[in-house]
Design a protein around this ligand. Structure first.
Ligand code: AMP
Ligand code: MN
Ligand code: MN
Ligand code: MN
Length: 282
């Protein structure tokens, strides 16, 4: 496999080990069927699916990069940093992720208490029922519960009416820092990538500060083509990549066949003038 060609790389998705609904094996099969040539499973704050994902990919003859998506707090907002090519047995990375996961249970209980106050009962248990990994209880699991209970008709509606700042079920949370996340990823031999930059509620100056600090820490890339960017945003973030000297990444952020608009491997390829993040992995 030449790593320099614009190959069908999908370097961002989630399994039942975090807040996806498919197993690592099911995801590998789906990616392969959809023509993915280089794949990474990037569960939130957890590496428990990495061995299964790599083995499944290898059995299908599909190239694999280990991955993780780390939740960080930056200027009072949650930002996600993807780590690619990390050694998933690295003790410092593992410990950092464990600490990042640790607050999730208490946060979920507080979310449930708020939902209880607006008449939505037993949402902690309800969300837990959807969580393949109880250590990784996420807003996604609460959202699935609210759709199941017909409180909302879609995940989008949930994330407009609940679980977001100013709405019931939102609990602000202190995640890892940018410095920690990039340090853990690089310390484990990987490359750090800013996930879906178009999603953050940060102004231009704050985003520029994020890019600069990330670059200073040794951050290597940003997602340009992702499931949550519009075609206009592909252009916007292609320019950011060039301006800051970042390599570009591509990933669907696939979670579930019914919930996710974009399937594994189905996004447009990266613009050819950008240097793909996978060019550093040989
Ligand atoms: P958490 O890490 O618990 O804060 O949960 C964040 C997760 O919620 C993200 O990884 C997404 O899977 C999901 N999420 C956030 N916003 C939306 C949205 N607008 N639509 C669907 N899922 C979302
Ligand atoms: Mn998610
Ligand atoms: Mn994310
Ligand atoms: Mn994601």
């Amino acid at each position: 496999m030449s790593t320099k060609l614009p190959l069908n790389a999908d370097l961002h998705c989630h399994s039942i080990v975090s807040d996806g609904t498919l197993t690592p094996e099911e995801l590998a099969l789906r990616a392969h069927k959809n023509g993915v040539q280089l794949w990474a499973l990037t569960d939130h704050d957890v590496l428990g699916g990495q061995e299964r994902a790599r083995l499944a990919a290898e059995n299908l003859g599909m190239s694999y990069l280990s991955g993780v998506e780390i939740s960080i707090s930056w200027m009072s907002q949650t930002v996600h940093i993807v780590g690619l090519g990390v050694d998933h047995t690295n003790a410092v990375l593992e410990e950092g992720l464990r600490a990042t996961r640790d607050g999730r249970e208490e946060r979920a209980r507080q979310m449930a208490a708020q939902l209880d106050q607006v008449g939505i009962k037993n949402s902690y248990e309800g969300a837990l029922h959807f969580a393949g990994n109880p250590e990784l209880i996420a807003r996604t699991h609460f959202a699935r519960f609210l759709v199941e209970k017909k409180v909302c008709s879609s995940m989008d509606e949930v994330f407009r009416k609940y679980l977001v700042a100013g709405k019931p079920g939102y609990v602000s949370h202190r995640w890892a820092s940018l410095d920690e996340a990039v340090g853990w990823i690089r310390g484990a031999g990987g490359e750090a990538v800013i996930a879906h930059p178009g999603r953050y509620k940060l102004n231009t100056m704050q985003m520029d500060e994020l890019y600069s600090r990330f670059k200073d820490l040794g951050g290597a890339g940003i997602e340009v083509v992702t499931g949550s960017h519009s075609p206009d945003q592909y252009l916007t973030y292609a320019k950011v990549a060039q301006r800051f000297g970042f390599m570009a990444s591509r990933g669907s952020d696939f979670h579930d066949p019914h919930e996710s608009d974009i399937d594994l491997g189905n996004l447009p390829l990266l613009p050819e003038h950008l240097k793909p993040i996978w060019s550093v992995f040989h």
